[in-house]
Write a protein that binds this ligand. Structure first.
Ligand code: E4P
Length: 230
């Protein structure tokens, strides 16, 4: 499963990217608004930083303007994927942009039938929002499982399942087990995915014990040892 980061914050993207785990980035109008910066400059900067798909969302609600916005967004950087809401007009725009060879991410998916429609319209990615479903008392994971199954049943459907609205590390594990192609994850959750108290405790103990070793300088000791054998 690929890991995308779900943010428009450059510092967060830079930090997570430095860990070597980021395959792409998703943004949405709310995430862009949070940063208070120019939309296009932000998308371009992200796309230069991460060499993978970077979702930039259209805001028009009618297909012709969505298509116009999408065609322009795709010109900003080769990594841009045009994000489109799952509406009648969005499907029209998805279909038209796909036919132009532009990659699309159809977003705000809350039921499996919507995912089938997006795939038929040629979506590159479908974004089911599992956390927002969980908030309603509906099992978000079940939606991922259902879409993965529907797509697997028809090899003609090439759409990737991009699990979105991820709230915690367990969500990530569950969608990976369910066969999602991508999970887009907020920075806070990515950080949680690295931490475990037993890791910290084990590391502290190793360092404490190491203090009793006579020569603790690994670099110096190794350099001398290698030189003595040259
Ligand atoms: C998807 O691409 C969205 O940006 C995002 O995952 C929505 O998550 P939220 O429910 O935490 O806002």
């Amino acid at each position: 499963m690929k890991i995308f980061i779900d943010t428009a914050n450059l510092a967060e993207i830079r930090e997570a990217h430095s860990w070597g785990v980021i395959d792409g980035v998703t943004t949405n109008p709310s995430l862009i608004a949070k940063e208070g910066r120019d939309f296009i400059a932000t998308i371009h900067e992200i796309a230069e930083l991460v060499d993978g798909p970077v979702s930039a969302e259209v805001v028009a609600q009618d297909a012709p303007t969505m298509i116009k916005e999408g065609l322009l967004l795709a010109k900003v950087h080769r990594n841009v994927v045009v994000k489109i809401p799952l509406t009648y007009e969005g499907l029209k725009a998805c279909s038209a942009l796909s036919k132009e060879g532009i990659r699309t991410n159809v977003t705000l998916c809350f039921q499996a039938a919507q995912a089938l429609m997006a795939a038929k319209a040629g979506a590159t990615y479908i974004s089911p929002f599992i956390g927002r479903l969980d908030d309603l008392g509906v099992d978000g994971l079940q939606l991922i499982q259902s879409i993965v199954k529907i797509y697997a049943n028809d090899p003609a459907l090439k759409t990737n399942v991009l699990a979105a609205s991820i709230r915690d590390p367990l969500h990530v594990v569950q969608v990976a087990e369910a066969g999602a192609h991508v999970a887009t994850i907020p920075f806070k959750v990515l950080k949680q995915m690295v931490l475990h108290p037993m890791t910290d405790r084990g590391n502290e103990q190793f360092l404490k014990d190491w203090k009793t070793v006579p020569d603790q300088d690994i670099i110096g000791q190794t350099t001398r040892w290698l030189a003595s054998r040259a």
